[in-house]
Design a protein around this ligand. Structure first.
Ligand code: TXA
Ligand code: MG
Length: 350
């Protein structure tokens, strides 16, 4: 299959391309499209054959449910048993935007789309091209992130092409994703609601609207002994090919420790890399150095993290050390993805 790549920021071609992309979805094909978080791999959410194709193109286990993307609030009632009041409140405040809500599904949504579950994850993205595309596609687009299973989620069209060339009909290229990390997922079928994946819509923001909201306790620990509630969070995601280790502690101690370990790695002829911040990046000796931005700028770290992980793969880096990027708010989402990429390997310096 030839994968057609179309730029969609040239206004004179935009409308025709979006119509073409919509027609592909309606005919049961797959189109990757930009959203404000990461690129999605879209298919018709109401067509079981399309969902099966998505799993196949991604190389993803079919027990891992897909998010259904909508463009209008009017589209919601048909795919859920009933619209909970909590969903109305959150939609008012955060849709369109980087928030996915889990609700009881209606019979219209096939089990192929929900990985066999009776619940459905729904999101209304804010990207204008995404919204036009969803409407052109009939209103319900099932889309996981457009990476092959086990690779970092793609934040630009060329990364989608790396993973999906020849596997899907079309890629809509809308440039770099503005946020760079996947949406917050909140399960509204639980009482109280529980966050299954942290993102730009933080726990604090959700609590301001709903009162008590819990956080899935498996998100930040390697050994809680419990399976995560979002099936996808149990798979080793976002993993670079090299070994990635996070080092926590006082700034100077971390730099010293990492430099010592890097020297050891180089002695063993390993290609080395570091993920650091603007404040510290110049103090490391490694083959490939990357800064996620200023230490206080969690949004910059979110935007750059997946690109950096892919760059380490491209450079063939074998041993990567990262400073810990923990903190409040959006940092929680960044740290959750970094921990997953590292398979929870963390060294804590006293
Ligand atoms: O920002 C995003 O959410 C991106 C863009 C494309 O919208 N999409 C995305 O999809 O990240 P995906 O499939 O890569 O991640 C969806 C996560 C998975 O961990 C999946 O297990 C979980 O959502 N999920 C989906 N439906 C669920 C359900 N009914 N119950 C629990 N978890 C669910
Ligand atoms: Mg994903």
């Amino acid at each position: 299959m030839d994968t057609k790549v179309v730029r969609i920021d040239e206004s004179h071609r935009e409308e025709a391309s979006i119509r073409e992309a919509g027609a592909i979805i309606k005919a049961g094909g797959l189109v990757a499209f930009p959203t404000e978080t990461v690129y999605g791999l879209g298919g018709d959410a109401l067509n079981p054959a399309s969902s099966r194709k998505i799993y196949e193109a991604k190389g993803r286990p079919s027990d891992n449910p897909l998010i259904v993307h909508i463009a209008d609030m009017d589209a919601l009632p048909a795919i859920v048993k009933s619209v909970p009041e909590t969903a109305e409140k959150l939609a008012d405040a955060f849709w369109p935007g980087p928030l996915t809500m889990i609700m009881e599904k209606s019979d219209l949504v096939p089990k192929e789309t929900t990985g066999g579950l009776d619940t459905v994850a729904v999101r209304m993205p804010s990207d204008a091209a995404a919204l036009s595309f969803i409407r052109a596609a009939g209103g319900y687009v099932a889309a996981p992130s457009a990476n092959r299973s086990g690779r970092p989620s793609p934040t630009r069209a060329s990364y989608v092409a790396e993973d999906m060339e020849g596997r899907i009909e079309m890629i809509l290229d809308g440039g770099d994703a503005t946020l760079g990390l996947e949406s917050t997922i909140v399960d509204l079928t639980a009482e109280p609601p529980v966050i299954l994946r942290p993102g730009f819509i933080t726990a604090e923001m959700l609590r301001q609207k709903l009162g008590c909201v819990e956080v899935d306790e498996t998100l930040f620990s390697a050994d809680s002994g419990q399976a995560p509630k979002a099936p996808g969070m149990k798979y080793r995601h976002y993993a670079p090919k090299g070994e990635l280790i996070i080092v926590k502690g006082a700034a100077e101690a971390v730099t010293d420790y990492i430099n010592k370990e890097l020297a050891e790695g180089r002695k063993n002829r390993k290609k080395t890399g570091v993920i650091a911040t603007d404040e510290t990046v110049d103090s490391y000796c490694a083959d490939v150095l990357r800064s996620v931005g200023k230490r206080a700028d969690a949004a910059a770290a979110a935007k750059g993290l997946y690109r950096i992980l892919r760059e380490f793969d491209d450079e063939g880096v074998e041993l990567i050390y990262s400073e810990s990027l923990d903190g409040e708010g959006v940092s929680q989402a960044v740290m959750n993805r970094l921990l997953k990429a590292a398979g929870h390997r963390v060294i804590e310096l006293k």
